[in-house]
Design a protein around this ligand. Structure first.
Ligand SMILES: Cc1ncc(COP(=O)(O)O)c(C=O)c1O
Length: 405
């Protein structure tokens, strides 16, 4: 980890005008003495990989989410990869994903040799639009991955109803929504499988880490095998797996972070609502609608920029805000089907899985158009809302945004 002096030097070398202490950072992990002593305890124990701490973390996480099982992995991407594999998604299958999310959601489909099919997003919540999801279902569709984007739950009732009708597996990508609820139920417990990330900037972190939650004993059992080389005993590999194990240090941090999650989320929510209230009259900002029956986890505090009203692009705004000492997030800037890896079908050699013999359809993402995703991509910024921010800093975020025009 780069020290404070190192960061100052990098800032200086980059010619940044602001010193580090003047910067309002968009995200900061909230770890303290409890996490530090939990790590020290593991280091002293001499037991480092997938042992008692991982088991304890899995049990506590499953109980918090409200599922029977939780299976820890070493990243959210690994959790998605394993979840699809454990559910038997593979060659010839189509999996519906939203057009705007982090690319890991799509990667997990392709790594399992299945074909991602993009559905549009809801213009109000930025999550998967159930009607467009239904439109994209074919006889090859086997699963759908709704993403609770920025911490706002996707429209799960409609998604589950459509999925049930078409016999689709629902894998919730809850990587951005720890603690979020939909109609009183925790996300990650509503679909057949939930996948989680504990990356450094998330509502709770283990540095890097992931989790799969499910009530299905077969999926849980297969997920446990796949994350650990498919090993049924020391000398037997019964199915194809990976090394996606979580280590004990990460799990020890995760146990403490989980115990603090609700409190941290409370502050995150308070900060976000304070920002949104303070900015509600800014005519070039559009505030996303929060559905009345959800508990938003506010991984991000997202606002949409009306570039015409502002008279500058969102990219220019992000640079200007940074110059004035406020760092914001700016993602996702294009609908995912425009990524070169998909346009060029540049996945596995010989164009696999796009010309897979089990999939006799022609895949071409170049003419795809999801109008809501096209209109929203690149226009969302996430404001600093992490729990370490003071009221003074939140006020500075508001006044800086208001001073832009
Ligand atoms: C929506 C979404 N899915 C999946 C992931 C992948 O998680 P990880 O970074 O832990 O691999 C992320 C991480 O940022 C994410 O935001």
């Amino acid at each position: 980890m780069m020290g404070y002096l190192g960061q100052l030097i990098v800032c200086y070398l980059k010619g940044d005008e602001k010193r580090m202490e003047d910067y309002i950072k968009v995200a900061e992990p909230c770890v303290g003495e409890e996490e530090i002593s939990a790590v020290v305890q593991v280091l002293r124990s001499g037991y480092y990989v997938q042992g008692p701490k991982v088991r304890e973390f899995e049990e506590k996480f499953a109980s918090y989410i409200g599922t029977t099982y939780a299976v820890a992995t070493n990243s959210g991407t690994a959790a998605l990869h394993v979840a699809l594999a454990a559910a038997g998604i593979g060659p010839g299958d189509e999996v519906i994903v939203p057009a705007l999310t982090f690319f890991a959601t799509v990667e997990s489909v392709i790594h399992n040799n299945a074909i991602p099919i993009f559905a549009d997003i809801d213009p109000e919540t930025y999550c998967l639009d159930p009607e467009d999801m239904e439109r994209t279902i074919s006889e090859r569709t086997t699963a759908v991955i709704p993403v609770h984007l920025y911490g706002h739950p996707a429209e799960m009732d409609q998604i589950m109803e459509i999925a049930e009708e078409h016999k689709l597996l629902v894998i919730e990508d809850a990587a951005q929504a720890h603690g979020a609820e939909y109609k009183g139920r925790k996300v990650g417990s509503i679909g057949h499988i939930g996948c989680w990330s504990f990356y450094a900037t998330k509502n709770m972190t283990t540095g890097e880490g992931g989790m799969i939650t499910t009530d299905d004993p077969d999926i849980a059992k297969r997920a446990m095998l796949i994350r650990n080389h498919g090993m049924t005993s020391r000398d037997e590999h019964s199915i194809l797996g990976y090394n996606y194990r979580m280590n004990e240090i990460a799990a020890a941090i995760g146990i403490v972070q989980l115990s603090r999650l609700d409190k941290l989320n409370e502050v995150r929510t308070k900060n976000s609502l304070y920002l949104l209230e303070g900015l509600k009259d800014v005519e070039w900002l559009e505030i996303a609608r929060i559905k009345p029956y959800v508990k938003h986890a506010f991984f991000w505090c997202p606002v949409k920029v009306n570039e015409e009203a502002l008279g500058m692009t969102t990219r220019e705004l992000v640079i200007e805000l940074k110059r004035r000492g406020v760092e914001v997030r700016h993602r996702y800037v294009t609908p995912l089907y425009k990524q070169p890896v998909l346009i060029n079908k540049n996945a596995y050699p010989r164009n696999c899985p796009f010309n897979c013999p089990f999939y006799n359809m022609r895949v071409d993402y170049s003419n795809l158009n999801c109008p809501n995703a096209e209109a929203i991509a690149g226009k969302i910024i996430g404001l600093p809302n992490h729990p370490k921010l003071s009221r003074k800093e939140l006020d500075m975020v508001i006044s800086t945004l208001k001073s832009i025009k």
